[in-house]
Design a protein around this ligand. Structure first.
Ligand code: ATP
Ligand code: MG
Length: 692
């Protein structure tokens, strides 16, 4: 029945193999009944998905008719790489060509953006739309809010960020405003009517300005596939639709899948309900739990329970943590890896010691043969890595931080991108404002006048030349009009346009920033990144959707060839694995965070978060428990430190699964020598006491 001799199938276990071969016959990869792979961490879900894609291709599926959706662009690139390696075993060099044709792989949002450009004309969108990131969206929300007068009359009106969160939640959860307010934003319930007005005006503004926000990419996509006229068109483009990390999708994404493939034929989704950690972005684990019954006949379910990633001790500790969850996850992971040291639960005095401890261990590991890249430090929130970053910088250890500040968040990068975006779409007011306000002598009122003037015209860029020039801007304004016209015409060509933009911007950079030289280096770096994109539109779209991560040398250098340590939020560490993993601040108030409302559902999500963090480790896992930590990251004015205690997710009953230590280790001799000089060991002894 099946391809007998596919060499790559031999490395798989029987369940994985069944998942890979589901519905595929020799030289026949036509769409099969829907398939759900639901399985625990490290059981090879992603690996199985990669094999399935390769297997489909080897048996004749057209790579450009495969839609592959992952959690990040990085994950998509990694998946494509794996598919190629696997396919190569069966088809040799042809595999390279075939995987290159795997063009439809990426995040839901990135795929949405591409499809919407293709179908823009048919759904009443101008294909030159630009995309707002969260910050731009909040800015536009703010502009609209001001126009409606809500912020002035009522000082207690929700902030622009909260307005955007509420809006986004309604869209992604496919809910009306009242239930969203009731469930998640009770303190804003009094504003339901005004918020509705605001959202209507916000939607209107986006349409007039031809911009889409992140949520629109899903919403328009869902609407487009929901239209009878387009449903078949878009659905038929793809024979196979495969989704990784399905537990973290929202209702809108589930609707999109259902509309793409109403019968479910050709669908494969993969995930782990115990790892659902994005409900704060309206993701719902119901999607994966209800997937089988969403289709008729129902989806085939395959579970995997052998873990290939972690040592038995790490697995036992992670299982221990998740077993205490109030929900039951039915998986019981086992491993054949050989026994090794239990995970370390390390008491330290404070965050500075935590940083020192990690750096010591990282260097020790490196001497033992691990590269930096094989190690990672994971934390609950981006600002928790402050002390560690300082220590790494001090010790000259390069690192890359995922999930924190992005390269593109830096003001100077946003300025240049705003200029390019404004040239791409001169109706984009947020971009227009940003660029105009760079010029001395241009204030919000004159910027608004110019933008209003442009908005009336059928050719906005042409109109800019005739727009009322701010009196005090003179020469500056003329050069601005010129650069926008030049970029708008596309005469300079891509990517030289970005250099033109930079030349225009440089005097402003010099004037505004003391560290202009370092920022200029970033801009040149950006030009290098730009040269990797075929067009300005692709560059702007892809960078907005999935910006490169920040590295230790200034904002720049998104991926260095050299070795570097990975710093990542737990959320961004999803799906990845490292030989050695350090989890920071494993204390109450941090994991679980004390920022949530403290509902049971929120707490349970925090528990799963710790589970996700622990299951990233292959050989070596350290949970660090500072005795004191600052509630908002590094010590800053007005910040309080609190005396922390070990996370409630590791109660005394689980301590047997860990090796408890404290650091620095104090020999009696050193303690005697330094006891009088420093309070350090005073605290140290108290700290050791905390494990008794
Ligand atoms: P997560 O839930 O964290 O996303 P996952 O289920 O997707 O994990 P993978 O990342 O696919 O798991 O696999 C975990 C590790 O196990 C990888 O290093 C992978 O190469 C390895 N692995 C998976 N299946 C096998 C197998 N059959 N034989 C050997 N190694 C395997
Ligand atoms: Mg995975």
């Amino acid at each position: 029945r099946n391809v007998s001799a596919a060499p790559y199938l031999e490395t798989l276990n029987p369940e994985q193999r069944r998942a890979v071969e589901h519905g595929v016959c020799e030289n026949d990869a036509s769409p099969a009944a829907p398939l759900l792979i639901i399985a625990g961490a490290g059981s090879g879900k992603t690996n199985t998905l990669a094999h399935r894609v390769a297997h489909l291709i080897v048996n004749g599926a057209h790579p450009h008719r495969i839609l592959l959706m992952t959690f990040s662009r990085r994950a998509a690139a990694e998946m494509t790489r794996r598919v190629e390696t696997i396919a190569r075993k069966a088809m040799g060099d042809r595999a390279g060509q075939m995987t290159q044709a795997l063009r439809w792989s990426g995040t839901f949002h990135a795929i949405g953006a591409r499809l919407l450009r293709d179908y823009a004309d048919q759904i009443g969108l101008d294909p030159a739309f630009t995309i707002h990131d969260r910050e731009d969206s909040a800015d536009l929300m703010n502009l609209v809010r001001h126009e409606l007068g809500f912020s002035k009359t009522e000082s207690r009106f929700p902030t622009k960020g909260t307005c955007l969160s509420i809006y986004s939640r309604c869209v992604n959860a496919e809910l009306a405003i009242e239930p969203v307010l009731g469930a998640s934003f009770p303190w804003c319930s009094a504003w339901a009517i005004e918020l509705k007005q605001l959202f209507a005006a916000y939607v209107d503004a986006k349409q007039r300005q031809n911009v889409l926000d992140y949520d629109d990419l899903l919403l328009y996509w869902a609407q487009a596939v929901g239209e009878a006229a387009l449903a078949d068109d878009i659905g038929d483009r793809f024979d196979h639709v495969l989704v990784d990390e399905y537990q973290d999708t929202n209702r809108l994404q589930a609707s999109i899948l259902k509309a793409l493939k109403p019968s479910g034929r050709g669908l494969t989704v993969v995930g782990d309900d115990a790892q659902s950690i994005y409900s704060f972005r309206a993701a719902t684990v119901r999607n994966i739990l209800e997937f089988p019954q969403a289709f008729s006949p129902p989806a085939k379910i395959i579970t995997l329970d052998r873990n290939y990633r972690s040592t038995p001790a790490i697995l036992a500790a992670a299982n221990g943590v998740i077993d205490l969850a109030s929900e039951r996850f039915t998986k019981n992971l086992w491993t054949e890896r050989k026994a090794a040291a239990p995970p370390q639960l390390v008491g330290v005095r404070d965050e500075a010691d935590q940083a020192r401890y990690i750096v010591e261990r990282v260097l020790e590991n490196r001497e033992g043969g691990l590269t930096l890249k094989q190690q990672a430090a994971l934390f609950r929130a981006s600002h928790h890595s402050g002390s560690l970053e300082v220590e790494l910088t001090r010790r000259n250890i390069p690192f890359v931080k995922f999930g924190g500040l992005k390269f593109l968040d830096a003001a100077h990068i946003k300025d240049i991108l705003a200029l390019l975006r404004f040239a791409e779409n001169p109706r984009d007011r947020v971009a227009g404002f940003r660029v105009m306000l760079l010029m001395p002598g241009v204030g919000p009122a004159s910027a608004q006048r110019a933008l209003d003037f442009m908005a009336q015209a059928s050719d906005p860029i042409g109109a800019l030349a005739d727009a009322p020039a701010p009196r005090r801007a003179g020469e500056e304004w003329r050069s601005f009009v010129e650069i926008v016209a030049q970029l708008g015409s596309g005469r300079a060509g891509w990517p030289s346009e970005i250099e033109r933009a930079r030349l225009w911007y440089e005097p402003h950079l010099d004037r505004m920033h003391e560290d202009a030289a370092a920022r200029l280096a970033d801009l040149i770096q950006l030009e290098q990144i730009a040269s990797g994109y075929a067009s300005r539109e692709r560059f702007l779209t892809e960078l907005t959707l999935d910006p490169p991560d920040a590295t230790s040398d200034h904002a720049g250098a998104p991926l260095l060839d050299e070795d570097y340590l990975i710093l990542s939020t737990i959320h961004s560490a999803k799906g990845q694995e490292w030989a050695s993993v350090f989890i920071l601040n494993v204390v109450d108030g941090c994991i679980p965070s004390d920022l949530g409302a403290g509902t049971t559902a929120e707490l349970e999500e925090e528990r799963r978060l710790l589970y996700v963090a622990m299951t990233r480790a292959k050989d070596d896992l350290h949970l660090v428990v500072p005795q004191r930590f600052f509630t908002h990251g590094q010590a800053a004015q007005g910040d309080r430190h609190v005396y922390a205690s070990r996370t409630r997710f590791i109660p005394a009953s689980l301590l047997g699964l860990f090796e408890k230590t404290s650091w620095p280790k104090i020999s009696a001799e050193t303690a005697a020598r330094t006891f009088d000089q420093s309070r350090r060991f005073d605290l140290g002894s108290r700290m050791r006491g905390m494990w008794r």
